[in-house]
Ligand binder design. Structure first.
Ligand code: PLP
Length: 381
């Protein structure tokens, strides 16, 4: 259990809530969730499901119309046909990663994870007993990995490589050419499975088109796709996500689901159908708002002496380099929260390669972003 670290963003969230309870004025750029409410038509679909009597267990892998809606959405947004019977609906995006790592990880196995990256990967890999092997993301590559370097780290013990594009905490997007090289190289390593965390697939800017690893036929039989509703539809608190599993691993994941949570709560599954099949205007409006704030925060942070911020192409995080400021990222995180009332998350929470960076979530209003950066400047003098 000692290996299973808590997620830094949730610790910051708890401390920020304590400070707010003490009457402090805190701007929370710490937690990664949209500041928009879930769209009314989605909320109504859940309420209707409850009124219609959907109060019982559902099939453990999710109701059939929802799995079909997921397959249709993948065809529309990724151009790939998947079998609805390989879709496993679970309570949040995290569950697919937890299951994938538990199924494939064990002492003696190696699992590679992006560094800096979503901290749950490394924590769960260690929890499984496997060796956690960092794959570096580079600021000067727009926080992409180098395919050549990653392929060079594969050993006979490598079971799983975790990829996340667009990424948390960097907002980085892996270019198609890098993925092409990565997948071409994987053909020499058929023993390695891939988990592609595409939870930010719809939050992408500057005309970039999301590249899904599902598009690559040669690795389809060992690819686990992770996506969900939390970020795209502002549904973090509903707890629903999905995995598309290779046929060889589906049964293992399903058995974990049955033994773990039985099924996702029924009304949320009906809401999730409405999210995918109903009007998409609220998604477009949210992405446009994030894009606007992205420009604001990048410009603001680049104006702070000692900080430099590459322009993120996806998700809703800015990850400025603060190494010139002469203080560790942890010290900065604490000073910003306790003294300036701005919640951020220090880079080392996302892996050793995160030292020298701070994560700012820009899922907050432009006014709050301006005010937060004003406070940052005041603190740093
Ligand atoms: N994957 C990444 C990269 C994330 O950043 C997050 C949430 O922050 C998740 C997965 C988990 O999403 P969910 O809230 O649906 O479990």
């Amino acid at each position: 259990m000692a290996e299973l670290k808590p997620e830094g963003a949730f610790i910051v969230l708890a401390r920020a809530a304590e400070l707010v309870a003490q009457g402090r004025d805190i701007i929370n750029l710490g937690i990664g969730q949209p500041d928009f409410p879930t769209a009314e038509n989605i909320v109504e679909a859940a309420a209707k499901a409850l009124r219609d009597g959907h109060h019982g267990y559902t099939p453990a892998n999710g109701i059939q119309p929802l799995r079909e809606a997921v397959a249709a959405d993948i065809l529309a947004n990724r151009g790939v046909a998947v079998d609805p019977d390989l879709v496993l609906v679970v309570p949040g995006g995290k569950v697919t990663m937890f299951f994938a790592i538990l199924i494939l990880g064990e002492p003696g196995a190696e699992i590679m994870f992006p560094d800096p990256g979503f901290p749950v990967y490394e924590a769960v890999i260690r929890f499984s007993g496997a060796k956690a092997v960092p794959m570096r993301l580079y600021e000067d590559r727009g926080f992409s990995f180098s395919a050549e370097e990653v392929l060079g780290q594969i050993t006979p013990a490598t079971r799983l490589i975790i990829v996340n594009s667009p990424a948390n905490p960097t907002g980085g997007v892996v270019p198609r050419a890098e993925f092409d090289r990565f997948v071409a190289g994987l053909e020499d390593h058929p023993h390695v499975a891939i988990l592609s965390d595409e939870i930010y697939s719809r939050l992408i800017y500057e005309g970039e088109r999301h590249v899904s690893l599902l598009e690559y036929e040669s690795i389809r039989d060992r690819l686990i796709l992770l996506d969900g509703w939390s970020k795209t539809y502002a549904m973090t608190g509903w707890r629903i996500g999905y995995g598309v599993w290779p046929a060889t691993l589906y049964d293992a994941a399903l058995r974990l689901a049955i033994n773990d949570h039985s099924c996702v709560n029924a009304p949320t599954q009906y809401a999730a159908i409405e999210a995918l099949t109903g009007p998409q205007e609220s998604v477009a409006a949210m992405v446009a708002a994030f894009d606007e704030r992205r420009r604001v925060i990048v410009e603001e942070l680049n104006g702070v002496p000692g900080m430099s911020c590459t322009t993120p192409l996806g998700a809703f995080y800015a990850f400025p380099n603060v190494s010139e400021l002469g203080r560790s990222a942890d010290e900065l995180q604490t000073a910003l929260l306790e003294e300036a009332g701005v919640a951020t998350v220090a880079g080392p929470n996302f892996g050793a390669a995160g030292e020298g960076y701070l994560r700012f979530s820009y899922a907050d209003s432009a006014d709050h972003i301006h005010e937060a950066v004003r406070r940052v400047r005041a603190l740093l003098g």
